[in-house]
Design a binder for this molecule. Structure first.
Ligand SMILES: Cc1ncc(COP(=O)(O)O)c(C=O)c1O
Length: 354
């Protein structure tokens, strides 16, 4: 007997999200492809995780990650009731769509942007609308409002362009839309400012942060969402019951209580970002200013195409990111900023290939 395919049509049709390659650890590759931090987490964090390994692992963790919410409140001057914790910020994005999006409702974002938004919207049964950035990458506020989206995602600094829209544009979008604005600050700690001060004035604003970039903990999977307490209370209903394990909660609290320990790494990345941008510009790449821990470089018109750069760099030990499916990005490479020795090595290989 031939049974009908039980898989939802939307899932059959969609392509799953393709994360950047995570090579086998014994491959001698320098990873400049997934915007991880090149510096290890500080000892305080590693010790806290070690201390959490023990007999208490037989018990479930605190369901709402209360210790992490309290540490976040201390670190960022908010209340624990304004914080929702995710298993990575991707988990928060899923929770956001579960909370606000019914089937066929619209989710919008200026494009290009983080491609996971579209994947998660499709899984939720929503309709995703890509709205092109305006000239000079300014925020297309009127188009986003007119899309009647219930959820609007804006990354700041944006991925993969690295540019920073003015906070006034975010405030204006929050005022004009009837939907919820998600300010994804995955890379916010590498930028000159951030949107937290806007939270007080805008009840339809949610800010998401990750521990995967500036806090060197991509492997721990922790993200924070900041929002009005009434929205947070609803988000807690759709959370997986125990979405953050005991080890992650211990590490996250230690990271938040020791934020100053991450600053030297962030400062080094910001200065290497400038150094690499200038060096590539001198070699004919177009490199717009980035406020993130990566740059988006357009390859020189003469010579290798971006896709050829990707494979030539990989053969020589450097993994960067190329977005094959996006015509707007076809001549561009996204390069994560690494340590000074990694950046010098990378540039030496670029020189060989030019
Ligand atoms: C814009 C943006 N948001 C969110 C994430 C996800 O971060 P996390 O590791 O916390 O799930 C990423 C990861 O690359 C990202 O680029």
């Amino acid at each position: 007997m031939k049974r009908p395919n039980p898989v939802r049509p939307a899932i059959q049709k969609m392509h799953g999200y393709t994360p950047g390659e995570q090579p086998n650890p014994d491959q001698p590759l320098t990873k400049l492809n997934t915007n991880e931090n090149p510096y290890p987490p500080p000892d305080q964090v590693l010790q806290a995780i070690h201390q959490a390994v023990g007999e208490s692992l037989r018990l479930y963790p605190e369901p709402s990650s209360r210790p992490v919410r309290e540490a976040a409140a201390r670190a960022y001057g908010v209340t624990p009731e304004q914080v929702v914790v995710g298993n990575g910020s991707d988990d928060l994005l899923t929770m956001i769509l579960r909370t606000f999006i019914d089937p066929s409702q619209v989710v919008a974002a200026p494009a290009p942007t983080y491609s996971l938004y579209e994947t998660l919207t499709t899984i939720q049964g929503g309709l995703f609308q890509s709205i092109p950035w305006h000239d000079h990458l300014s925020l297309p506020i009127a188009d986003l409002v007119e899309s009647r989206a219930k959820v609007i995602f804006v990354v700041r600094p944006n991925a993969p362009t690295g540019h920073l829209v003015p906070l006034a544009s975010i405030a204006s979008l929050c005022q004009q839309t009837n939907g919820v604005v998600i300010l994804d600050e995955a890379y916010g700690d590498f930028a000159d400012d951030n949107g937290l001060p806007l939270l007080q004035e805008h009840e339809n604003l949610i800010i998401t942060r990750t521990f995967s970039k500036s806090l060197s903990l991509a492997g721990l999977r922790v993200g924070l969402g900041f929002m009005h307490p009434t929205l947070a209370a609803q988000m807690h209903k759709v959370r997986d019951s125990y979405n953050l394990d005991r080890l992650s909660q211990a590490g996250a609290v230690a990271a938040l209580d020791n934020l100053a320990a991450f600053k030297p790494g962030v400062d080094a990345i910001r200065s290497q970002r400038k150094w690499l941008s200038e060096a590539l510009k001198k070699r004919g790449f177009l490199v717009p200013e980035s406020q993130a821990n990566f740059i988006l470089a357009t390859v020189p018109q003469k010579g290798l195409k971006a896709e050829q750069w990707l494979s030539a760099l990989k053969e020589r030990g450097y993994l960067v990111r190329y977005f094959a499916g996006d015509p707007q990005l076809k001549d561009k490479l996204r390069i994560t900023i690494g340590r000074p020795d990694e950046m010098k090595g990378f540039l030496a290989v670029v020189d060989q290939l030019l």
